[in-house]
Design a binder for this molecule. Structure first.
Ligand code: SAH
Length: 405
């Protein structure tokens, strides 16, 4: 039988604005910016983008189902995207993290999507397990190849696949692995042990790599958790939106008098209890859990005061149109938190909304602090951790401000 005829290369032309953005290093081309496409294409095909003068501009992964139609892999001089190129990209991500972690931290991000040159793909390490999460169907047809390189370079015990919920095709094609399946060692098998226990700054935590948000743990907050540990001595601590108690366990080891975990999810609070048990030897202090909507609880329990309050809510703005409403919500939440803060207390207010800038969050929190009429000192702000680099504006989601009252 004859092999299928080789398809002509997928060629695109884009709007002048998109051209400028690509030249400036932006990794996304939206469907609306595509002016010209020579043929229909499958998710994951390489698309070559040419500029107005018909010169090579960039090459990226095509995704017909996503508003982000092309995720740029390489822009500038023409280059072949072959296995040598991919292996170099992997090596660059590994090199970037060299020396960041010692043997006390075996949970961290190895590849952070676009900002590491792997658009729409994340790789997290939890001890000897790797979790590969994809946010675009474009990766499906390449998983076998990619997990092969990752396996031979990083030698994990297993690689688990997670797929973002909004993917159109992932899991629907019999040829491709599904969410929660192993990519290595036995492809297609269900991941056997869950949750997995890993180390962060010498503390033990569980990660629900099969069902948890992101890849099972908020690895992105490690640096803020470390900062909280250093501020906790002799303080009563409220960890609002605690999830599995990450901030709380650090605070306990840091010498907190007591810790309160507040979260709407019983599942998260049960995990927080287990995380305290896992660290009973080094992170010891009375700890309670309260299952409630944080806004309601903070609004209704004015008499409870704390010396250190952490507010780390989920994103309030999933899209740009929700930005103003989100800023108001951050302001309101900070005000609620400040009402519970004892004199000399510390407020740590975080946001993980990419649509809300760091300045917008910081200003909102400071407006609330001014409203209380109390004197305050903004003594620290933080952004992304070094294993979660953000190289373009849309990738900058995490920020936090520390106020002392
Ligand atoms: N600080 C955590 C991550 C927080 S994730 C860490 O470092 O690991 C956000 C958490 O907020 C989730 O656990 C979610 O269950 C919880 N949540 C969402 N809406 C809430 C609400 N209205 N009130 C209280 N908790 C809420």
């Amino acid at each position: 039988m004859n092999a299928e005829p080789k398809k002509p290369r997928l060629r695109l032309r884009v709007s002048p604005v998109a051209e400028t953005q690509i030249r400036a290093g932006h990794p996304w081309v939206f469907a609306g910016s595509i002016r010209d496409q020579n043929r229909a294409a499958e998710p994951g095909e390489l698309a070559v983008i040419y500029d107005r003068k018909d010169e090579f501009l960039a090459v990226g992964l095509f995704d017909p189902d996503s508003p982000i139609r092309v995720r740029i892999l390489h822009a500038g001089k023409p280059r072949v995207i072959d296995s040598a190129w991919w292996k170099t990209q992997l090596e660059k991500a590994i090199e970037r993290r060299r020396g960041l972690f010692d043997e006390n931290t075996n949970g961290y991000r190895v590849i952070n999507g676009e900002s590491d040159g792997w658009p729409g793909l994340v790789l997290d390490r939890y001890d000897s397990t790797l979790v590969l999460k994809i946010y675009s169907d474009a990766w499906m047809s390449r998983l076998k190849e990619i997990s092969g390189w990752i396996q031979s370079r990083l030698q994990p015990r297993q690689i688990v696949l997670r797929t973002s919920r909004n993917l159109e095709r992932a899991g629907k094609h019999p040829e491709f692995p599904r969410d929660g399946e192993l990519l290595f060692p036995k492809r297609g098998e269900k991941y056997p042990e869950n949750p997995i226990i890993f180390l962060e700054s010498g503390l033990r935590f569980e990660a629900d790599v099969l069902r948890g948000q992101k890849t099972g743990f908020f690895l992105d907050q490690r640096e803020n958790r470390r900062a909280v540990e250093s501020l906790a001595r002799g303080r009563t601590v409220l960890n609002a939106f605690s999830f599995s108690g990450g901030f709380s366990v650090y605070a306990a080891r840091g010498g907190a008098i007591s810790v309160t975990n507040l979260d709407i999810s019983a599942h998260a609070l049960a995990s927080a209890k287990r995380n305290f048990d896992l660290n009973a030897a080094t992170a010891r202090c009375p700890h309670e859990t309260i299952q409630a909507n944080a806004f309601d609880w903070l609004g209704a329990n004015d008499r409870r005061k704390f010396d250190l309050i952490i507010l780390d809510p989920p994103s309030f703005a999933k899209r740009e149109s929700e930005r103003n409403k989100a800023i108001e919500a951050y302001e309101k939440l900070a005000l609620l938190g400040l009402r519970h803060l004892s004199p000399g207390g510390i407020l740590v207010a975080c946001s993980c909304s990419a649509h809300v800038s760091a300045e917008e969050l910081f200003d909102a929190v400071k407006r609330s602090a001014k409203k209380t009429g109390r004197r305050f000192d903004e003594f620290q702000t933080t952004r992304h951790a070094p294993d979660h680099p953000a190289t373009f504006k849309e990738a900058e989601y995490l920020k936090a401000i520390y106020l002392k009252i």
